[in-house]
Design a protein around this ligand. Sequence first.
Ligand SMILES: NC(=O)c1ccc[n+]([C@@H]2O[C@H](COP(=O)([O-])OP(=O)(O)OC[C@H]3O[C@@H](n4cnc5c(N)ncnc54)[C@H](OP(=O)(O)O)[C@@H]3O)[C@@H](O)[C@H]2O)c1
Length: 301
Amino acid sequence: MISRKTRQYLVIGGNSRLGRAMCDQLGDDVIVKTRESLDITDFDTTREVMALLRPDVVVNTAAYTDWIAAERDTDRCWETNVLAVQNLAEVCSDLELPLLQVSDARVFGTTPEIKKPHKERSATDAVNFYAQSKLAGEAAITKVARRRGLKYWIVRTSHIYERPWRQSREPLYRLLSVGKHAEPVKMVHDVECSPTYAPHLAAAVIHLMDVRDKVRSGIYHIANKGVISVRGLGLELIRNSGMALTVGTLDTAALCESNGLPKEAWPRYTALDTSKFEKECNYTMPTWREGVKAYLADWKG
Ligand SMILES: NC(=O)c1ccc[n+]([C@@H]2O[C@H](COP(=O)([O-])OP(=O)(O)OC[C@H]3O[C@@H](n4cnc5c(N)ncnc54)[C@H](OP(=O)(O)O)[C@@H]3O)[C@@H](O)[C@H]2O)c1
């Protein structure tokens, strides 16, 4: 295990894709709280738990992430992604604990005229309720930081996919495991992003925490580098796997409409520019192709 400065991470949302990848890498250095042991919408308990534990760093990976359900379940989504995040920020501020909050590249809703990965200062434009809640969660943290002081990092990331054995519902997993026998798995062809392999994201977040004394508070983009469509990711996986499989095509507008949503509700271009994080933290993010290779190595291993 690599040597680390930080001994006590508190990872909230320990059952998330990112949370599980972090726990895999942190070994004994982590205190994990899943929703069962800490529901962040229970504000008083959250305060009590944090005061009791007093970790060196708090990493919040918990969120209401089902963006389609969020359109109807607005209260619960807002409570989790905004009010609970504000409470966490206030508690961290009171207890002088640094807070790392995970946000989403889908705060960029409109495709730019010239397609270039979004930088931290690029204009945001949340086009669905989930994205609005993530953006409001970011704003809640920066407001607490301005008003009351708080060391914080908001990490925006893009299209997380998990280690193969973890989530059999994920399209990449289904692609390799059932693709030979069933209808081809369909993947959206018109969403370009920076798909990010959870263990790569986890390693980068852990690094950010380890060098945190030298890193300013603020927003950081962390994702596997490069731009590809979701379907393109599936095709690359197949190419590298050597299997004779196909990927079906799903159209975003059709998917939105079949869920009763406006056809623009799914952001089409959410690629991230990671250069600020890489420069300030002296770190090199693997590319999305390296993410695919690591995924396949984990599959075979
Ligand atoms: N998935 C993506 O493609 C993506 C892309 C960009 C950014 N993000 C952001 O990255 C972070 C991690 O995402 P992920 O995909 O790893 O998450 P995920 O796998 O969807 O898991 C979310 C976790 O949050 C937990 N949770 C929900 N409400 C909670 C509450 N009130 N209290 C405590 N825990 C609660 C859930 O608990 P249960 O297990 O009990 O449901 C679940 O384990 C989130 O902030 C997300 O918005 C995700």
